[in-house]
Design a protein around this ligand. Structure first.
Ligand code: PBG
Length: 339
């Protein structure tokens, strides 16, 4: 039997709904697209180190660098020109400046504080978010103070975090971002900021931060891996979702302006639940390990890097993230600009 293409096909089947009608052309697909990635959603995390004129690639994060302040400022200017509104800063602290209690974290002339001041002089409009946690500053690499048994002490840590947040606010940070997961730190920081007149400085709380192996490359970048034990007594268990809702509710009650879920890609269900149970902006942290997996696979020629980046970030937004911290921020801004 020979088959011929029917020139005037009679509809063999009557289907009321044919979802493919809306997928037929580029314009149609654009018209019915439910969410749009936007450069305004992006927050660019950056690593700053002491010195001048240097940019050192992070071995486990190809395409990502530690910058000395002069070069960091150039990078930030470029990012701002691409439409990126916000940066999140992470300092590389030399071993000689670390101690058991993270004293350097609240040095008014410390690396972060100096960096914030310089950014505010050069690109005053960009939103500067500073990390509040002790791990880059402690010899043991934990986010808090540790007693002789190796227990991470909650309330004494919060006292140091408050000093750290105040020093960052004094330097000109727009948002402080506690990433330590101590109990009660958001409330303590809010109270202290207000008492010093910093009522306009916001808190972006790492509310549902999981004890995750996806942070490995970040710890390489800062040389901040814990020297003993792990972070499971303060960061959350990957198996828990209801607890994330509780953590977020507590942080909002304590004064968080924006809440965050971290990591992002393996925790899209958490982003979705948080979005559905809160009314504050929700941020997702597309963490170092997520970045590295895409870069590594792309370097092998096994995936289409650009498409996978866009698909990943789109999924975070679809899950309910309003904001995305991502090391891909500049690449994404460039892609969005060329659509
Ligand atoms: C520090 C901090 C970490 C990250 C952000 N802030 C590491 C950790 O908690 O060990 C991870 C970010 C990333 O992996 O991209 N408290």
């Amino acid at each position: 039997m020979t088959s011929t293409t029917p020139t005037n096909p009679s509809p063999a089947t009557h289907l009321l709904h044919r979802p493919r009608r809306l997928r037929r052309t580029v314009a149609l697909r654009r018209m019915v697209r439910e969410i749009h990635l936007d450069v305004n959603d992006l927050i660019y995390p950056l690593f700053v180190m002491e010195g001048e004129g240097q940019r050192v690639e992070i071995a486990s994060m190809p395409g990502c660098y530690r910058y000395t302040l002069d070069l960091l400022l150039k990078e930030i200017k470029q990012a701002f020109d691409l439409g990126i509104n916000a940066v999140a800063l992470f300092p590389v602290i030399p071993e000689a400046k670390k101690d058991d209690v993270g004293t350097e974290s609240y040095n008014p002339d410390g690396l972060v504080q100096q960096t914030v001041k310089a950014i505010k002089q050069v690109v005053p409009e960009i939103i500067v978010i500073t990390d509040v946690a002790l791990d880059p500053f402690t010899t043991h690499g934990h986010d808090g103070l540790v007693d002789e048994k190796g227990t991470i002490l909650n309330d004494p840590t919060v006292e140091v975090l408050v000093k750290m947040a105040l020093s960052q606010a004094a330097a000109g940070a727009d948002f402080v971002a506690p990433s330590d997961m101590m109990d009660g730190r958001v409330g303590a920081i809010r109270k202290a900021l207000d008492a010093q007149g910093y009522f306009d400085i916001g808190i972006l709380a790492y509310s549902a931060k999981y004890a995750s192996a996806y942070y490995g490359p970040f710890r390489d970048a800062l040389d901040s891996a814990p020297r003993f034990g792990d972070k499971k007594t303060y960061q959350m268990d990957a198996a828990n979702a209801r607890e994330a809702v509780k953590e977020v509710a507590l942080d909002i009650a304590e004064g968080a302006d924006i809440v965050m879920v971290k990591p992002a890609l393996a925790y899209l269900d958490i982003i979705c639940q948080i979005r559905n149970t809160t009314n504050v902006p929700v941020a997702a942290y597309n963490v170092s390990g997520e970045y590295t997996m895409i870069k590594a696979a792309a370097q092998m020629g096994w995936i289409d890097e650009k498409q996978v980046i866009l698909e990943s970030l789109t999924s975070m937004k679809r899950a309910g993230a309003d904001l995305i911290l991502t090391y891909f921020a500049k690449e994404v801004a460039l892609m969005l600009a060329s659509f």
